[in-house]
Design a protein around this ligand. Structure first.
Ligand code: ISE
Length: 332
């Protein structure tokens, strides 16, 4: 059986996912949509899909990948969920917490998990090794994520939390198996307008989640480190060639997340398609997207208030209950 997939949003991320989708057996990219017609046309040519309006694309497919602008995520995700389609949704769930809540409500009302959220670091081989090692480290005391982001835009500061730190928040929740209880944030503006953000979270059940984030214009890098009572595990800089020239040894770091996480992006699409073939949805859920967005919003509030902010999260809805995996066993 061939699964018909629609791609909504054909910019950088959408076209990258479309390339990975087109390489999957048993998958046919049948429809693409983008408010900017030339982007949709380019992906249509690459995949053999037809260009359509987003809602017609949802209608035409069995499964929908949403990588459009953040303020349209909720509208398209809710339409896909309500139409009973499988969904792959890029983070964040919506441009606001209210929109994120509506996506969560729609999926709960549907009674089953339709949606995988694009927190691709879970599929990054180095992060996965850290996750496996974390299970052997005893009670975890600290998870630290370092995120050096290249961004030319000098985004409005709230967007740093909703678009960038949200990945680190998810990583900390995933690796620790704990929720954030409260957050403290420091932000420093650089002379060139870029910002450094330090977020320290107290986790429910103990331990710290630390995010060391910067926007700048020179190199993209993500690292993670988990410390437990029995030891620690950390990623090393992504393996690349060492170059020797003019009496100097150097290594290319790169400036974008596509190169750093290319394996993770490919693997998450492979996993999504394997899931579609057997009619399940695994990996990061809408609940994960929502919980991370609540922490991101608390982070923004903590920054504005200049003091710690409690993270108020409702109980995990029953459709998102799952058997605890080894690294989550010490969760209270
Ligand atoms: C971007 O949207 C991403 O998803 C990247 O993974 C992240 O590193 C970057 O900070 C975001 O802006």
């Amino acid at each position: 059986m061939t699964i018909r997939v629609a791609v909504i949003g054909c910019g950088g991320m959408g076209s990258w996912h479309a390339g990975n989708l087109a390489a999957q057996p048993g998958v046919d990219v049948v429809a693409v949509a983008d408010v900017y017609e030339p982007s949709a046309a380019a992906v249509a040519e690459q995949t053999g899909a037809s260009v359509m309006d987003a809602h017609a694309a949802i209608e035409a497919a069995d499964a929908v990948l949403i990588a459009s602008s953040d303020d349209t995520h909720a509208e398209f995700a809710i339409a896909a969920i309500e139409a009973g389609k499988w969904c792959f949704l890029e983070k964040p769930l919506g441009a606001t917490l209210d929109q994120a809540q509506r996506v969560l409500d729609a999926e709960i009302a549907s009674g089953r998990i339709h949606t995988r959220v694009g927190f691709m670091r879970e599929l990054d081989p180095a992060h996965a090794q850290v996750a496996a090692a974390a299970a052997e480290l005893g009670h975890l005391t600290r998870v630290r994520s370092v995120h050096r982001n290249v961004d030319g835009e000098r985004r409005e500061v709230g967007l740093l939390f909703a678009q960038s730190l949200i990945h680190d928040i998810h990583t900390i929740r995933w690796l620790s198996g704990r929720e954030f209880a409260r957050v403290t944030v420091h932000v420093a503006e650089r002379p060139d307008g870029f910002r450094d953000v330090l977020l320290v979270g107290g986790l429910v059940g103990g331990g710290l989640g630390v995010i060391d984030f910067e926007d700048q214009a020179f190199a993209y890098e993500v690292q993670v480190e988990v410390t437990g009572e029995l030891g620690m595990a950390a990623t090393v800089p992504h393996p690349r060639a060492i170059i020797r020239s003019q009496a100097t040894e150097s290594m290319i770091v790169g400036t974008d997340w596509f190169a750093r996480f290319q394996d993770a992006y490919r693997l998450e699409i492979e996993q999504w398609c394997a899931d579609l073939a057997v009619g399940v949805s695994s990996g990061p859920t809408v609940w994960d997207g929502f919980a991370a967005q609540v922490v991101a919003a608390a982070g923004e509030q903590a920054m504005l208030a200049g003091q710690p902010v409690e993270v108020v999260l409702p109980a995990r809805p029953s459709i998102y209950e799952r058997t605890p995996d080894p690294i989550r066993e010490d969760q209270p």
